[in-house]
Design a protein around this ligand. Structure first.
Ligand code: NDP
Length: 246
């Protein structure tokens, strides 16, 4: 038995990287996991693999830009496992480039996934958390929001908007129903750099990743640490970066 045993955890962006590693670790520690993302073949394979190793997992096609998909993800958790203890709002994209490039479509895409996607999760999960009398919202933000660097303006802005959202939600939750945790990873070796359109920014990000990035399992351990605390203990913010990251 672990402190995570029996918890029901829904994770967006579970088809790769940090979301996948988090699903594997929490399932290994006894959680039932509900996996959301758009690439359903990857989700199905992951859910099968977790079940083959004795865990409980189901896949649920989810595009976080669609509010009804988040309602569906949360609804599946409740329908299959009877409740939702934790929502990990992790789906994200990174379309980096100088502001002067005026990549307005990229800005909109990041706002839609990184910010609106989390808000859709909040809208779906909060009523369930309130009905249950408890629940935990974890989001993957970024050290990009803590140390502002060129080419990351809008990406960092979406992450800081989510940070602000969680802090406000925390202050509005002094009745003890909702816990919030903002996890800020630094450079983590995942497929995230694939979503960078600007070739210079992509190349630079890949070079940095190859040099210093930590594995997604490191972030999964930080999320597990927050999830496994007793309900009266809230891990508000966790920053986890390569030791050599500036
Ligand atoms: P990945 O690219 O490996 O994972 C991103 C995940 O988001 C995928 O599962 C993808 O699934 C999902 N996703 C993207 N768009 C949507 C959408 N519209 N609806 C649902 N799911 C979507 O990268 P990471 O694991 O690194 O990223 C996870 C989170 O961590 C992101 O929020 C990212 O910003 C954050 N982060 C990452 C860092 C890093 O260095 N890697 C550093 C700091 C923060 P699919 O395409 O199947 O829908």
């Amino acid at each position: 038995m672990t402190a995570i045993s029996g918890k029901v955890v829904a994770i967006t962006g579970a088809s790769s990287g940090i979301g996948e590693a988090t699903a594997r670790l929490l399932a290994e520690r006894g959680a039932a996991v509900v996996l959301g993302a758009r690439r359903t073949e990857r989700l199905d394979e992951l859910a099968r693999d977790i079940r083959d190793h004795g865990g409980r997992a189901i896949a649920c096609a989810t595009d976080v830009t669609r509010r009804e998909d988040l309602e569906g993800l949360v609804g599946r958790a409740v329908a299959e496992f009877g409740r939702l203890d934790v929502l990990v709002g992790n789906a994200g994209i990174s379309r980096l480039g100088p502001v002067a490039d005026l990549d307005v479509d990229g800005w909109s895409a990041m706002i839609d996934v990184n910010l609106r996607g989390v808000l859709h999760g909040v809208a779906a999960a909060l009523p369930v958390f309130r009905r249950q009398g408890r629940g935990h919202l974890v989001t993957t933000v970024s050290t990009s929001g803590l140390k502002i660097v060129p080419t990351q303006a809008v990406y960092a802005a979406t992450k800081n908007a989510v940070r602000t959202l969680l802090e406000a939600l925390r202050q509005e939750s002094t009745d003890g129903v909702v816990r919030t945790t903002a996890v800020s990873p630094g450079f983590v070796n995942t497929e995230l750099t694939d979503s960078i359109d600007d070739p210079r920014a992509r190349e630079q990000a890949r070079r940095t990743m190859d040099r210093i990035a930590i594995p997604p399992e490191a972030v999964a351990r930080a999320i597990a640490f927050a999830v496994e605390q007793p309900h009266d203990v809230e891990i508000g913010e966790v920053t986890i970066r390569p030791t050599v990251q500036g």
